[in-house]
Design a protein around this ligand. Structure first.
Ligand code: DX5
Ligand code: ZN
Length: 231
């Protein structure tokens, strides 16, 4: 199967918020493909981070696509607004759909606003319901930690979800988020992931460019070994 190119998406949650523009420029120079932005509402997840004004500000300084991950209970109210604020990819959570906070129309709203639509599942959430929603998705995000905080340990038990998505013929972007480092990225790629969020893995390393280059090379070789050709 042909899959889209490998993308390394450092999570700005681990950047220095006092010097966000400086860290964005530095991580872009170090080879970041996308910038991952974690929006948390203190309700869907037990943490509060940033919102629309910061996404708007990032858009003024970033030269790479903004990959905005909204961990909020009511994505239907906000998804389109994040795209208008500058999100190139906007990912909301499947868990909110059952609770009425979002639905396929939320994904449609992202596309209507000119964004790429992503759908995420938490570690304990079954991926099977995503199958019927794939036509609405440009990307699926598999959480490999319980969302809310950076710096947690990678959960390899979520990897069969990625294999399932590829076995259903999904040839779009599959992103994995949580605990991705040069040590864990290979198994995620072997399962079929091609977009890799890494917060502490990049920002806490001494050599951002070297870490990103190592992660990219490992991901590309493990994808190829798994029979997945990248564009
Ligand atoms: C967790 C966030 C992640 C987080 C990843 O809820 O969605 O994007 O920043 O951080 P690391 O890579 O440190 O696990
Ligand atoms: Zn995230």
């Amino acid at each position: 199967m042909d899959v889209p190119a490998v993308k390394i998406a450092p999570s700005l949650l681990s950047a220095d918020f006092v010097n966000l523009a400086r860290d964005v420029a530095a991580v872009e120079a170090a080879g970041a493909d996308w910038l991952h932005v974690d929006v948390m509402d203190g309700h869907f997840v037990p943490n509060l981070t940033i919102g629309l004004p910061v996404v708007k500000a990032l858009k003024r300084t970033a030269t790479r696509p903004l990959d905005v991950h909204i961990m909020i209970s009511n994505p239907s109210e906000f998804a389109g607004r994040y795209v208008e604020a500058g999100a190139d990819v906007l990912t909301c959570h499947l868990e909110t759909f059952a609770a009425g906070g979002g639905g396929p129309e939320t994904l449609a709203a992202v596309r209507d606003a000119g964004g790429r639509a992503g759908l995420s599942v938490n570690p304990e959430t079954d991926v099977a319901p995503v199958r019927d929603l794939l036509d609405h998705c440009d990307m699926v995000l598999i959480m490999s930690v319980h969302p809310g905080f950076g710096g947690q340990k990678f959960m390899p038990e979520v990897l069969p979800k990625i294999e399932a998505l590829r076995s259903w013929g999904f040839a779009g972007d599959i992103e994995i988020d949580g605990g991705i480092t040069p040590d864990t990225i290979g198994d995620a790629a072997a399962a079929g992931a091609n977009v890799f969020v890494s917060g502490s893995g990049v920002f806490k390393s001494d050599d951002w460019a070297g870490t990103i280059a190592t992660m990219r090379a490992t991901a590309e070789s493990r994808l190829a070994a798994a029979g997945l050709q990248t564009a």
